[in-house]
Each structure stands twice: as structure tokens, then as C-alpha cells.
Write a protein that binds this ligand. Structure first.
Ligand code: SF4
Length: 361
């Protein structure tokens, strides 16, 4: 969608409340309406101006043509039997990204994408198969949360946001920064930064900047191997970043923010999930303030890697715990709706899924 005026970016979601208020003033509209529109958008989950019943019909009609609320639209919505929701979003240029909401007790965590495709090439990841096509704008990141909220029950609210969908978020820093601000803002989603997590496979200079700009946001470092040889097999694109670099960065992050970083570890059968790997990892992480998330590989037809056995996963976790390391094993969620990283998009691209199964939100 092209900008409708010289000053308005691709959608209202790209703007802060101050910026939108300024735009309304320049266009000759009453400025108090900006706050009302943001309340509809962020608090009342409105998807169109026609839902904003306290605006005059004339203003609504004027804004429809001059200030589009969204630049993207939901193409497909899938509800899993375990409560997970996954949406496939079509962007203004036809590209697609996916967003997942995972319920866990009272938590409602939304996993957002930050790029179309991804250039990091992790060998287990369907998103990486495409390479990186382009960055998402801040509005396109924010819209993922606004869209998926409309698929949730009205009494449910998004409690947590994790930047762990398609893309390397720290490679799109300025838009990540703007979207964190909108998710946190009183005029926005009102989600505390302590409830947000940003993942990286190793853009450590940017991770430092994140700790300075948003010290309350949690950092998740994708490790995937106990030593450089295995890590470079899993993440072959940045061999200059060593396991030691990642551990040092985690230590510095804790010292700067007093928040424990998380190491994400995708467990792949016959590659990085044996007891000796757990022992090596435990040795390297000893004394470090951190959590470890073990993520058993979610199989994807197109990627010929082995799943770890349940025994491997449990033994690996036990070895880390024996050394006092806090470990969580990620449950597989939404398996019946292709909720693994990049899977829905993969299926859509390869099978014409959109055309056959498109559901308008
Ligand atoms: S796992 Fe994340 S960083 Fe790695 S290729 Fe996939 S999207 Fe990119």
C-alpha cells in the first residue's frame, strides 16, 4: 500500500501517538481524535474505521482514503486443538510472514517475525530456506500483534511478546526498537518490557545496544552447540562468532541489565544432543547467570535432520541441572497446525495454500 499523503507512512501503525496527532493537525482534523483512534486500534482491537463509532461518518470516510490503519492483512488463520493460534499475514507487496500466539496458563505469548525470510541460515529452520528478502517496517511488526489479537477471545490479552519468528530481529534494529516502544507505550499495547524477549543468533554489537536502550527486555541467544565445530554446523553463516563470544556477551548482558539471558538450544538428533555435548555445555556455562531452553527439533519435510529421542532430551536436561543450570524443555505447540518456524509459509508457498484455504480475518 502506497502512502496516501506526503507525510503519512504506509499505515497509522507506523506512527507514535504524537506523530499521528501532528499529522491530524496538519490535515486540519481535530487533534483529540488521534487519541480516540489509537484507543480503538490498540485497546478495542478495531480493524477498520467503520468500527470507530464515536467518530463522525465524514471523518471516518476521509481517513479511510488518507490514513490506512494497516498496511497488511490476514490471509489465513489456524487454531490448534491446544489453543495455539497461527496467522499468515500478507504484506502490501505480496510477501508473507507468520505470527503465532501460544497460550500457557494465564500467559498469552505472541511470537512475531522481524524480516521476510532470514539470512542466518540455521540448518533446522524453514524460514532460513528462503534467504532474507527484506526487513519488516515497524508498522508491519506491530500489526502482527494487532492482527492476532483479533483472532483471540475478547477476554484474552497478550501478556508476552517474543521476537523469535521469521528473521533475525537485531538485523532490523531500528524497526525492532520502534516496535518495542509501541508495544510498551501507554497509548499502544501497554505490555511491560520485562515481558518481551529478543532473540539473536549472535549479532553481539546490536545485543549490547539493546541492553543499553531497553535494559528490561530479555535477551535470548541462540547457541545450538556446545563448541564451535558443532555450532558452525548448525549456524554456518557466522563462523567468526564463537561459543565463547556468546558466553561473554551473556555475562556482559547480565552485568549491564541484571536480567538473566536465555540460551536457546535446538536439539538435533545425532548432531548436538548426546550426553557428552550436555557435559561440555554444562562445563562452559558453569557459574553463569542464565537459563537454557532446550528445543527438540520440530521436523520439517524439506529439512533432512533427525529428531532427538525423548531420552536424549531428558538426559541432556538432567546433566545441565546437576550443574545448577536452570533448564526448560520447550513443549511442542500447535503441531496440528504447522506451528514450527516457517512451516505455514513453507506450505503456503509450495502448495498454493493461500488460494485454496484463504480465510479473511
Ligand atoms: S532460526 Fe531464526 S535466525 Fe535462524 S534461520 Fe531461522 S529465523 Fe533465522
Amino acid at each position: 500500500m502506497k502512502p496516501k499523503s506526503n507525510d503519512l507512512p504506509e499505515s497509522v501503525t507506523c506512527l507514535s501517538l504524537d506523530q499521528f496527532t501532528e499529522w491530524m493537525k496538519e490535515m486540519g482534523h481535530p487533534t483529540f481524535r488521534a487519541k480516540q483512534i489509537f484507543e480503538w486500534l490498540y485497546q478495542h482491537r478495531a480493524g477498520e474505521y467503520s468500527e470507530m463509532t464515536n467518530l463522525s461518518i465524514g471523518l471516518r470516510e476521509a481517513l479511510v482514503s488518507s490514513a490506512p490503519l494497516f498496511s497488511s492483512k490476514v490471509n489465513t488463520t489456524q487454531h490448534s486443538s491446544d489453543g495455539t493460534i497461527k496467522i499468515l499475514i500478507q504484506l502490501h507487496d505480496g510477501e508473507k510472514v507468520e505470527t503465532v500466539m501460544i497460550p500457557e496458563g494465564k500467559r498469552r505469548t505472541v511470537c512475531v517475525s522481524s524480516q521476510v525470510g532470514c539470512g542466518m541460515g540455521c540448518v533446522f529452520c524453514a524460514s532460513g530456506l528462503y534467504g532474507m528478502k527484506r526487513q519488516l517496517s515497524a508498522g508491519e511488526i506491530i500489526e502482527q500483534v494487532l492482527h492476532i489479537r483479533r483472532a483471540m477471545e475478547s477476554e484474552e490479552r497478550v501478556s508476552n511478546i517474543v521476537f523469535m519468528g521469521m528473521g533475525e530481529p537485531l538485523a532490523n534494529y531500528s524497526n525492532l526498537d520502534l516496535s518495542i516502544r509501541a508495544f510498551q507505550a501507554e497509548w499502544g499495547c501497554g505490555i511491560g518490557k520485562r515481558h518481551m524477549t529478543v532473540s539473536t543468533v549472535g549479532l553481539l554489537t546490536r545485543a549490547k545496544k539493546l541492553a543499553e536502550d531497553h535494559p528490561q527486555v530479555t535477551l535470548a541467544i541462540s547457541l545450538h552447540g556446545p563448541n564451535d565445530k558443532i555450532r558452525n554446523q548448525v549456524v554456518p553463516t557466522i563462523p567468526h562468532i564463537t561459543v565463547n563470544d556468546l558466553i561473554v556477551a551473556a555475562r556482559e548482558f547480565f552485568e549491564e541489565t541484571h536480567r538473566k539471558p536465555t540460551f536457546e538450544y535446538c536439539m538435533i538428533g545425532n548432531l548436538n544432543s548426546a550426553k557428552e555435548h550436555a557435559r561440555e555445555l554444562a562445563f562452559r556455562l558453569r557459574g553463569l547467570e542464565c537459563y537454557v531452553n532446550l528445543i527438540p527439533l520440530n521436523p520439517v519435510d524439506e529439512i533432512p535432520l533427525d529428531e532427538p529421542t525423548r531420552d536424549d532430551v531428558n538426559a541432556f536436561a538432567a546433566i545441565l541441572r546437576e550443574q545448577g543450570i536452570e533448564v526448560a524443555i520447550r513443549k511442542r505447540r500447535g503441531a496440528d497446525i504447522d506451528a514450527a518456524c516457517g512451516q505455514l509459509k513453507l506450505k503456503a508457498d509450495s502448495q498454493g495454500f493461500f488460494e485454496r484455504d484463504a480465510v479473511k480475518s
